[in-house]
Design a protein around this ligand. Structure first.
Ligand code: GTP
Length: 806
């Protein structure tokens, strides 16, 4: 039962010399408090089961109570399902019969007699092969693997969930599309112009130099048609042309307006179309192996690929001679007609004419080689002094907070209520969720579903991943990071806490639930918050409606938790307690109107949030951002989302991504839920569309930094760790925000004095719970880490230690 062990006594300062290992092992037994809870729980469960209680043993009841953290209701439901009214076992289907009437048996069936059947055909020859004849009841059921969602974190098998930022980006896109529809009429007029222009294209003349018998010029001629098509498509709004593409700018683009006449549609040598196109990212992926790519912007590979590299000879030949139009024009010129083609150079002799032609062709070829359609145009960095811009902009104070607490304490419900009462979501939307929740018997989770949007979260009634949402008050703008309470998802809680300025700790005040929470994730979350450097806490003592707004209960919980905060070194003036009912909406945004709650005259939850200062922003330091999501957007197939831990970022800037050690450029930045901006600063969550990098190089947990001040990528580091449990050199999981890496504690350097940091014992054999130690940790793959960062070490789903990198 060690799974419930937590740091209960952090004052243990003794060395390990006199440490009794066997005593530590025996901690697995129940504490007197647990025993009392267990006895009470067993009695309650037996009472609830009534006459059916005889069908389950006390041991079964105890085991279930332990599993459900003394939740009697859940335990009773489980016992009924498991032992009292178990679902009828599925009938085994009879083994399939062979055509001759004998039953088929798998070759793996124990004691299977070898069939004496005569082998008539190939089918019958293989009839008893394990892959051909497995009885239905022995077939494996394929359960599709969990698919990470395209939303903020983690995954569901359902359609990718949109993050708030993505959703707003989608809304913007929709708006743009509507605008586009309004322009449809103008496009139709343009299309009519194009048709008119097309009908006159036959009258176009092609300069004689294009008739040179070379593959290059043939391609050029072919591209000419294509180029007009491109221009036409562009006029129809189908193919966007970059304004500064060489050969496509200004006068070089044949005008297709109503005023255009065929005679204006001639091309000068300088802007003749070419048979080349910029490398698409698809082409880059196909033709450039990741290793071939330089980390700088210089490409080792040719920048362009021929559109039609293998033109058949017939196509080349078709353009190797003067076109019929040219022949007519030349004849007209000879006849001295008015509309003759431009005068040709005088024929001196056949040889001279040929050499002139060749020279001309060579000239054209040279010019063509100079021409290129540039790569996707990157916005240039305006080299802004972003910190100064930020100060000038006088933006609203923004802060992010993580919502933590034991499973089912009401975290998501509270955030749903907050958004509803602030009118960020409307009553109708919540009613709709309520109806949907009622269908699966989870009507009470309607408000929680405002935050928990994943299918699996809704089906199980638990938060699995961090859910983000944004709201603003008159004074501040906030980002909610709703963390899961279940112990299995602690790494997601760590990720949430690493991005937060402060936290709301939700505690279930119901009798028994607070106590269960203490043994569960309430303590663990508090210690994790402390380890992650989150010191400002708002403790929301929830579900007070279930204890009739008992002031005594509120004070009892407050006292117990305060004692714990003191021991952990929290500053008590940074901690606030608010009695609330998330379900009813009491003291969240609106003050409770319940007469039983009149004893509380302090701040509501929203008032406490507004009274919370974000952590100081280090804007002048080099950029550091941890990627919490990677996805594709309209702006870039490699779009990242994360919180800027320090420094700033601006459009056009070059960034370094680690550990891939790849450069990328900032194509666009969105903050505040999808608003396009020129820059973002520390403390903000930004969505950055990248250019010059492929998605394979980018992962959740990677670090984005200033290439001039890169983060070190390391395999071994030293840290000062507070032991949550006894540990020694052993394998651990290293958590740093979103970054998870396998590693091991390689060396215990020293035990340190908790107050002064002085060495009290060198090279101990193990570090006891509550001790602070300097240790060395090695990770399997190199990870970007630097001094001062906070790291959590876990093993087997338990937090072992946490501390600071030295
Ligand atoms: N009576 C009452 N029930 C509440 C209150 N707040 C939440 N609940 C109920 O508690 C249950 C759990 O609520 P959730 O919001 O899902 O809890 P959670 O802490 O987000 O759960 P996880 O994220 O899975 O840890 C739901 O049935 C809620 O309706 C409250 O103030 N009063």
């Amino acid at each position: 039962m060690s799974r419930h062990r937590n740091v209960k006594n952090l004052d243990i300062e003794d060395g390990l010399d006199d440490y009794d290992y066997s005593a530590e092992e025996e901690e697995d037994d129940l504490s007197p408090e647990d025993r009392a809870m267990m006895a009470r729980g067993v009695a309650e469960v037996q009472a609830a089961l009534g006459v059916e209680a005889g069908k389950v043993t006390v041991a079964q009841i105890e085991e279930s109570l332990w599993y459900y953290y003394y939740d009697v209701e859940k335990t009773v439901n489980y016992l009924i399902k498991k032992y009292i009214n178990p679902p009828a076992p599925k009938k085994k289907p009879p083994p399939p019969q062979q055509p001759n009437g004998e039953f088929a048996t798998s070759v793996f069936a124990p004691g299977m007699p070898i069939s004496p059947q005569p082998r008539q055909s190939l089918a019958s020859l293989f009839w008893d092969m394990p892959w051909g004849n497995i009885p239905k009841h022995r077939e494996t059921t394929f359960i599709p693997p969990h698919v990470p969602r395209g939303g903020l974190l983690g995954g569901s098998g359902a359609a990718p969930k949109m993050s708030k930022l993505q959703a707003l980006a989608a809304a913007r896109k929709k708006k743009a599309e509507e605008k586009k529809a309004g322009e449809k009429k103008a496009e139709e007029r343009a299309a009519a112009d194009v048709e008119q222009a097309q009908s006159k294209l036959k009258e176009l003349s092609v300069n004689e130099t294009t008739t040179t018998s070379s593959r290059g010029t043939a391609s050029m001629a072919g591209a000419f048609g294509r180029r007009l098509k491109t221009a036409q498509s562009a006029a129809q709004g189908r193919v966007p042309l970059a304004a500064n593409e060489p050969g496509l700018t200004g006068s070089s683009i044949p005008s297709l307006s109503t005023s255009a006449t065929p005679s204006t549609l001639s091309l000068s040598e300088d802007n003749r179309p070419i048979d080349k196109a910029p490398q698409s990212s698809f082409a880059q992926t196909l033709f450039a192996s990741p290793l071939e790519k330089d980390s700088s912007r210089k490409r080792k590979l040719p920048e362009y690929f021929a559109l039609y590299p293998d033109l058949p000879q017939s196509v080349i030949d078709a353009f190797s001679k003067p076109s019929p139009d040219d022949i007519v024009l030349q004849a007209q010129a000879k006849a001295g007609k008015k509309n003759a083609a431009p005068a040709q150079p005088k024929k001196k002799s056949t040889a001279t004419a040929l050499s002139t032609k060749q020279a001309s062709a060579a000239q054209v070829t040279d010019k063509v080689s100079e021409l290129k359609i540039s790569d996707a145009v990157l916005p240039k960095s305006r080299n802004l002094d972003v910190p100064a811009e930020y100060t000038k902009s006088q933006q609203k104070k923004s802060a992010s907070f993580v919502v933590v607490g034991h499973v089912d304490s009401g975290k998501s419900t509270m955030m749903g209520r907050l958004l509803l009462d602030l009118k960020i979501v409307n009553e109708r939307a919540v009613d709709k969720l309520r109806k949907e929740a009622e269908i699966i018997g989870k009507g009470s989770f309607a408000l929680a579903w405002v935050m928990d949007s994943r299918e699996d979260e809704r089906a199980h009634g638990v938060t699995i991943d961090i859910a983000m949402n944004r709201f603003e008050t008159e004074r501040m703008s906030f980002l909610i990071l709703d963390a899961p309470g279940h112990r299995d998802y602690i790494p997601n809680m760590i990720a949430g806490a690493s991005q937060a300025d402060f936290a709301i700790l939700v505690i279930d005040a119901k009798e028994g639930n607070f106590e269960a929470g203490l043994r569960g994730q309430t303590y663990e979350h508090i210690i994790l918050l402390r380890s992650m450097g989150v010191f400002r806490l708002i403790v929301a003592i929830n579900k007070l409606d279930m204890v009739n707004w008992s002031r005594e209960r509120f004070e009892e919980i407050k006292d117990q938790i305060t004692g714990f905060f003191k021991r952990l070194g929290f500053q008590l003036d940074k901690i606030a307690f608010v009695p609330v009912s998330a379900l009813k909406g009491d003291n969240i945004v609106n003050r409770s109107t319940d007469p039983a709650a009149s004893w509380y005259a302090g701040r509501t939850l929203i008032q406490e949030l507004e009274a919370s200062d974000p952590k100081p922003r280090e804007l002048r330091k080099p950029l550091r951002m941890i990627i919490s999501e990677v996805y594709s957007t309209m702006q870039s197939p490699v779009t990242i989302l994360g919180r800027l831990e320090q420094g700033c970022v601006q459009v056009g800037e070059k960034l370094l991504l680690l550990p891939a050690n790849q450069m990328a450029y900032v194509k666009a930045i969105n903050t505040n839920g999808g608003e396009p901006v020129d820059w973002a600063v520390a403390g903000q969550h930004a969505e950055i569309a990248l250019d010059g990098i492929i998605q394979e190089y980018v992962s959740i947990g990677d670090v984005v930094c200033d290439p001039n001040h890169p983060v070190k990528v390391m395999k071994e580091f030293t840290m000062k760790a507070l032991a949550w449990d006894m540990f020694w050199p052993m394998p651990v999981d290293v958590h740093r925000g979103r970054l998870h890496a396998s590693g091991k504690v390689t060396k215990l350097v020293a035990v340190l004095d908790r107050a002064t940091g002085a060495v009290t014992k060198k090279f101990p054999q193990a570090i006891r719970k509550g001790q602070v130690a300097r240790i060395k940790v090695e990770v399997q793959d190199t990870v970007p880490l630097e001094a001062g960062q906070r790291v959590v070490l876990r093993r087997g789903g338990e937090t072992v230690a946490a501390g600071l990198l030295e």
